[in-house]
Write a protein that binds this ligand. Structure first.
Ligand SMILES: [Zn+2]
Ligand SMILES: [Zn+2]
Length: 369
């Protein structure tokens, strides 16, 4: 089969590799669509994991083989029995053990089982969606969802990113009518905007691109402005979601969020990046001045502002995520702007690295020759 193999920093090659073999209680899925995700891009650009690997974890496709005949009957087996050949499915590559110390604290993303990737097209499991077929291991089956007949594979491929957004929203203590900043209106920020609006939240959306502010309004933002105009607006915020890897946005949000509010970091996924010490002051005395910015820790202690983070998905939300997307209450279709065939995966990633005013979610179609 054809697959796009990561061979080193910024080195992706279309190669012929064997169709993965599956074991008992596993699925072989013919990939239809796989989304391009910033977390994979970072691994490819910075070489944070050793090659060779086949990336791509926002995958939807068709079950073409079911591995049966295991003598050991484990929990996932019952989930497996719900699937049959020809089912169209949305995959989920991380499922926690639910038993360990982290899982008992509901910190699923820190669980060792969760950190194992349960879907592969060959080599060290890394998602495998940039290939024609993937092997789905038994422990991730509880996260696999069937795609209703009226929905497209593309909608199925969006469940994983929507899950990460819903998980983050659930970390916030929000009440209907609250004012929440969503900094960054890319494909992730727009999902935040819509999900918050569905929950009765007044979203203030910011971005660097005018075109995205218009989209933010379409996705339910009450107000939208350029990031540079935010301090002039000086809004009262109950919470802020930082969906761009901008330190300025964090320091600004720390000023603007009311006492007892929350600032959630969603895009600060690069290790060893520390809060910039030379940032433009965005509030209070000396506003607008570039100089040393010292984070005032009393804003955390005295003002009880919570600086929190959220990473990756929570498979226990997968049924809710599926309802949200497949009912089209969160219609993900307008987010998809570009489609590339498998052999053009590098170009798809290149475009995601350098977004244009017209680009949002980019998908790779393995089923188009
Ligand atoms: Zn992703
Ligand atoms: Zn665990």
């Amino acid at each position: 089969m054809r697959a796009v193999v990561y061979r080193g920093v910024n080195d992706l090659r279309l190669e012929t590799v064997p169709v993965p073999r599956i074991g008992a209680n596993e699925l072989l899925v013919k990939v239809a669509v796989c989304g391009v995700c910033p977390t994979d891009i970072k691994k490819i650009q910075y070489g944070t994991v050793p090659p060779p690997r086949i990336f791509g974890h926002e995958t939807a496709g068709t079950i073409v083989k079911i591995g049966v005949g295991s003598s050991r009957i484990r929990t996932p087996h019952s989930a497996l029995r719900n699937f049959k050949l020809g089912d169209r499915v949305a995959l989920h590559h991380h499922v926690p053990c639910l038993k360990c110390h982290f899982c008992r604290h509901a910190s699923f993303a820190q669980c060792e089982t969760y950190k194992r990737t349960g879907i592969t097209a060959g080599f060290e499991p890394a998602g495998g969606g940039y290939a024609e077929y993937v092997r789905v291991m038994d422990f991730v089956l509880p996260g696999v969802v069937k795609i209703p007949a009226r929905n497209a594979f593309e909608e199925g491929a969006m469940l994983e990113p929507v899950n990460t957004v819903l998980k983050a929203v659930k970390r916030l203590n929000l009440l209907r009518g609250d004012n929440v900043l969503v900094a960054g209106q890319g494909p992730i920020g727009l999902k935040f905007t819509k999900i918050l609006q569905l929950r009765g939240i007044n979203v203030l959306a910011t971005d660097l691109l005018e075109s995205r502010l218009k989209l933010a309004k379409q996705f339910g933002a009450r107000r939208a402005c350029l990031a540079s105009q935010l301090s002039t607006l000086n809004p009262q915020l109950d919470s802020a979601i930082i969906a761009v890897p901008s330190d300025d946005a964090v320091t600004q949000a720390l000023h603007l969020v009311r006492g007892g509010g929350q600032i959630l970091l969603f895009a600060h996924t690069k290790r060893a990046a520390s809060l910039s010490l030379s940032a433009r002051r965005t509030g209070g005395e000396g506003r607008g001045e570039v100089g040393t910015f010292n984070m005032d820790l009393s804003s955390i202690c005295l003002d009880e502002k919570d600086l929190i983070g959220s990473y990756s998905s929570d498979f226990t939300l997968q049924a809710e995520v599926a309802r949200l997307v497949f009912s089209r209450r969160l219609d993900v279709r307008p987010l998809i702007t570009h489609r590339f065939p498998l052999e053009k995966t590098s170009a798809a990633i290149e475009m995601a690295v350098h977004p244009t005013p017209g680009s949002l979610k980019i998908l790779v179609h393995a089923d188009v020759a």
